[in-house]
Design a protein around this ligand. Structure first.
Ligand code: NAP
Ligand code: F7E
Length: 348
């Protein structure tokens, strides 16, 4: 038990947000129990550099596809706060594995909520659901808590089910359950197949890049700010749903330009559509090409959130900017290349 005497359970603790949240809660004296699905290869990379050995941190095998496991985990850990971050979180991959995505992202949330109900824990355990701006689809920006949802991918449809079942258990059974509707948030711990990390890595390694839609715009914040917001939601007097976003967006092309600029390279663009290229202004070398393999069957063109409710009710304000995020990600990749480790959690 930590100094606060509080216990947190995190599903998806081996993911980007799980690692930052575990660190955030341990720093506040929580005992943290993290669930990870079984993996044949090392899935604890993000937890190294400060977390795995910390007193108060406990790692368990746990799977959102396994109700019995979830019930036993709740019984064993008796959490005050449950953060449901576990998911198949890659939008493009959800078109390839839609059923598995629904099983984990949608039914997994139901299983966890049912476990709370079955164990009669609704008066003790507060519940955070990792909802997503993807649920808004192509609704006009800025999107906020009142924007109608219009999911465009199996991922978003599954997250929408989870969003509504979270609200249902709040209304029907009195579970202190909150949806955080989070816009894209990134960091050096971002999965390598997401576009920001892919760009940062190529820039740091001096490699050329093949990308999909360069025009897509996202509201990119820093994961460290967003996990703080998750925790703030569960400290309120009453459960509610909140958008977390920066309120500004940039295109994938902007991210490419900013990342190369941080490394001292100016990118100029030539050509259109599939023939478009990003070229090094000094050497003429091709740095970026467009590859249709990275296009999606359906695309979200412009996400930009309005975080006014979180600012007013929670006092949540992001501390990182687009520019500091890009710089941190490129610098962290350069450190990794030089043989460093993911020690961003320890470095705070
Ligand atoms: P992430 O890095 O992909 O982490 C997801 C975690 O879920 C991983 O630890 C993964 O484990 C775990 N997981 C996968 N299948 C599971 C299962 N069957 N049972 C239990 N855990 C499972 O994602 P993230 O960026 O940290 O995001 C955290 C959550 O927020 C996700 O639910 C995501 O959908 C949501 N979200 C993210 C963003 C964003 O911009 N990052 C925005 C809105 C919402 P393995 O790695 O071993 O598979
Ligand atoms: O794509 C475009 C791509 O995969 C961002 C998840 O955390 O945030 C994330 O979902 C944009 C898209 O993230 C490549 O088409 C271009 O328009 O980094 P991403 P995402 O799909 O926005 C939301 C809020 C979540 O909830 C999700 O869990 O970039 N793009 N070229 C590319 N994307 C990728 N991955 N790879 C490319 O080569």
């Amino acid at each position: 038990m930590g100094v606060t005497g509080k216990v947190a359970l995190i599903t998806g603790v081996t993911g980007q947000d799980g690692a930052y949240l575990a660190r955030f809660l341990l720093d506040r004296g929580y005992a943290v129990h993290g669930l990870r699905p079984y993996a044949a290869t090392d899935d604890c990379e993000r937890l190294r550099g400060g977390l795995l050995d910390r007193p108060g941190f406990h790692l368990h095998h746990g799977d959102l596809a396994d109700s019995g496991n979830l019930i036993r985990m709740l019984q064993a850990t008796k959490p005050d706060e449950i953060y449901n971050l576990g998911a198949q979180s890659h939008v493009a991959v959800s078109f390839d594995v839609p059923e598995q995505t629904a099983d984990v992202n949608a039914l997994g949330t139901l299983r966890l909520l049912e476990a709370i109900r079955a164990l009669n824990m609704q008066d003790k355990a507060r519940f955070y659901q990792a909802s997503s701006s993807e649920m808004f689809g192509n609704a006009p920006a800025p999107q906020d808590e009142n924007t109608p949802f219009s999911p465009c991918s199996p991922y978003a449809a599954a997250k929408l089910y989870a969003y509504w079942i979270t609200r249902t258990y709040r209304q029907a059974y009195g579970v202190f359950a909150c949806n955080g509707i989070l816009f894209n948030h990134e960091s050096p711990l971002r999965g390598a197949e997401f576009v920001t990390r892919k760009i940062a890595r190529a820039v740091a390694r001096g490699e050329s890049l093949a990308l999909g839609n360069l025009d897509a715009c996202r509201d990119w914040g820093h994961a460290r700010d967003y996990v703080r917001g998750m925790w703030m939601m569960l400290q309120q007097d009453a459960p509610d749903d909140f958008v977390l976003a920066t309120g500004k967006n940039h295109s994938v092309r902007d991210f490419v330009v900013a990342a190369f600029a941080h490394a001292g390279t100016t990118v100029t663009w030539s050509g259109d559509g599939l023939a478009e290229k990003g070229i090094c202004a000094r050497s003429g070398k091709t740095l970026v090409t467009v590859d249709p393999r990275f296009f999606r069957p359906a695309e979200l063109h412009s996400l930009r959130g309005n975080p006014a409710k979180a600012r007013e009710r929670l006092g949540w304000v992001p501390e990182h900017t687009f520019e500091t995020l890009v710089a941190e990600m490129v610098d962290a990749e350069a450190d990794l290349m030089r043989g460093g480790r993911h020690d961003v959690l320890a470095a705070e």
